[in-house]
Ligand binder design. Structure first.
Ligand SMILES: [Zn+2]
Length: 147
């Protein structure tokens, strides 16, 4: 018995639909056949339409944040060498970078193809949002910590 890609339940009467999907880099991976409960098909189509349109921007933002995070090390090292307040400046530089990383999975809860395959689309959405909220909480705690 096949599993529904949306709810991860084994169902007898699954509907095969083809949706456009991106790969892990957010690039077009073409149409992919998916087995889904008839009642979950519209939600699955809607979700993958969003994923398909937004995935490349999602990956681009993460790459950009990664590059900026590396570049941010240079001024921190300089501030440290001059005996400045590294704790404070680390927050100034990295809090604005952490914020989009935490907010992205809340707004666009995209998981890796492996995660989706393992737990189903619906659970992967919940997991991605949960991780985003945790990161957001950490971000707020870190910024307010020791102020
Ligand atoms: Zn289902």
């Amino acid at each position: 018995m096949e599993k529904c890609v949306w709810c991860n339940r084994s169902e007898r009467r699954l509907k095969n639909i083809t949706v456009e999907t991106p790969n892990r880099f957010g690039l077009n991976a073409g149409g992919k056949k998916m087995a889904v409960c008839p009642e979950h098909a519209p939600r699955l189509k809607k979700f993958y339409f969003l994923v398909y349109r937004m995935a490349k921007w999602y990956v681009l933002v993460l790459v950009l944040v990664g590059v900026l995070a590396l570049l941010g090390l240079a001024p921190l090292v300089m501030i440290d060498q001059q005996g400045g307040n590294v704790d404070f400046w680390a927050k100034v530089i990295y809090a604005p970078l952490l914020l989009p990383v935490a907010l992205l999975p809340v707004v666009f809860p995209f998981a890796t193809p492996e995660t989706v395959k393992w737990m189903g689309v619906r659970n992967s959405i919940i997991l991605a949002r949960l991780l985003g909220v945790c990161l957001l909480g950490f971000c707020v705690w870190w910024v307010l910590h020791g102020v």
